[in-house]
Design a binder for this molecule. Structure first.
Ligand code: NAI
Length: 341
């Protein structure tokens, strides 16, 4: 059996070399699925197991997966699986497994760090210091203490975010399809409607998955309902925010700032060579890329390359679960399936 890991970095290589998977031939590639050379493809086209990361620019759909006729398992090294076409996998009887829990503390700590960096202008102050051009008035921020955070999604990460917010002395509003009454009691967190959260929160932080129902949840209408000067934090998924609507809201100062670890079609920023090489990039991908580039230029927008998970502790937890997922498959068992049975 051939087991192919894509997007392999130094940490992943070292981990898997020290802890060999129990069956088959393991091939570790630095490239993403869409960037492999014809020679590499010849070596791996009979792969039965592939492991990918979220930085898969083109969704893993029939076009990319048809290239692997023997494929039986996709082990994504992430919690989210919106980069994989599950309907297609189900039709082809390809199992899809993920890492359901690894980094609520890692992502929430990052979200809070990005929020603090944004509201206290850390990046700008550091850049100005380096350029010997310090202007104190430019760095005036606001305390999080006594301000209101609105947390959308109180699952594993949102819950941890709420704990950190409590530590900072913030008032906490939350919205979730399934309110957690115990959390509400312990943290003095108040579940409200989305409209009330929009109207009252000084900071809105997103912690829900990307689903068709919440595609562009934050659109022009949503921004209009928010408190003027709100701060947006998104460490969940780019498609939750309409990037053009956010750009417009920032320009008219309805939104005062945004910390974005994820962007819609973010991979085209990191792998812009895909756009250059491709003959037929869909127009909305190209538009997103232009708006993302504009957002990146704004002083009050802090964009990071999808790294909220990226602490050594979380990466080791991801690798451990992926290793266990594939080893279970070797023993004929399925662990952490994301397919509806
Ligand atoms: P989770 O599954 O534990 O929690 C998600 C929560 O969202 C649940 O409570 C669910 O009821 C709620 N929810 C789902 N759809 C909703 C909707 N339309 N409206 C209101 N609530 C809704 O997920 P977890 O682990 O907390 O992850 C949250 C997000 O963070 C996911 O999108 C995940 O992909 C992303 N993430 C980002 C990382 C990064 O590096 N930037 C790393 C890990 C996760």
């Amino acid at each position: 059996m051939k087991i192919v890991f894509f997007d392999v970095d130094k940490i992943t290589r070292e981990y898997l070399q020290n802890k060999p998977i129990g069956c088959g031939e393991v091939i570790l590639l630095e490239e993403s699925l869409e960037n492999i050379s014809p020679t590499q493809y010849r070596q791996i086209k009979d792969a039965e197991v592939i492991s990918v990361f979220v930085h898969t620019a083109l969704r893993m759909n029939n076009e990319s997966l048809d290239k692997f006729p023997a494929l039986k398992l996709i082990a994504t090294r992430s919690t989210g699986f919106d980069h994989i076409d599950l309907n297609y996998c189900q039709k082809r009887k390809i199992e899809v497994v993920n890492v359901p829990k690894y980094g609520e503390s890692s992502v929430a700590e990052f979200a809070f760090g990005a929020l603090l960096a944004l509201v206290r202008r850390l990046i700008q102050a550091r850049t100005d210091m380096k350029n010997n051009f310090v202007r104190m008035n430019e760095y005036i921020g606001f305390d999080l203490y006594n301000h209101t955070i609105g947390i959308i999604g109180t699952g594993a990460i949102g819950r941890h975010m709420a704990k950190l917010a409590k530590g900072f002395g913030m008032d906490i509003l939350a919205y979730d399809l399934y309110p957690n009454e115990e959390l509400s009691r312990i943290l003095n967190l108040k579940y409200v409607s989305l409209d009330e959260l929009y109207a009252k929160a000084d900071v809105i932080s997103l912690h829900i998955p990307a689903t068709p129902q919440n595609y562009h949840l934050l659109d022009d209408k949503a921004f209009e309902k928010m408190k003027k000067g709100v701060i947006i934090v998104n460490t969940a998924r780019g498609s939750l925010i309409d990037p053009e609507a956010l750009y417009r809201a920032l320009v008219r100062k309805q939104v005062a700032g945004a910390a974005l670890d994820v962007l819609e079609n973010e991979d085209f920023i990191i792998h812009d060579d895909i756009i250059l090489k491709s003959q037929d990039i869909p127009i909305d991908f190209a538009m997103n890329t232009i708006v993302n580039a504009r957002l990146m230029q704004m002083k009050n927008v802090l964009i990071t390359p999808h790294i909220a998970f990226n602490s050594i502790d979380a990466v080791h937890r991801i690798l451990k679960t992926t290793y266990e997922n594939i080893n279970a498959f070797c023993e004929g068992k399925i662990k952490n399936s994301v397919l509806k049975k």
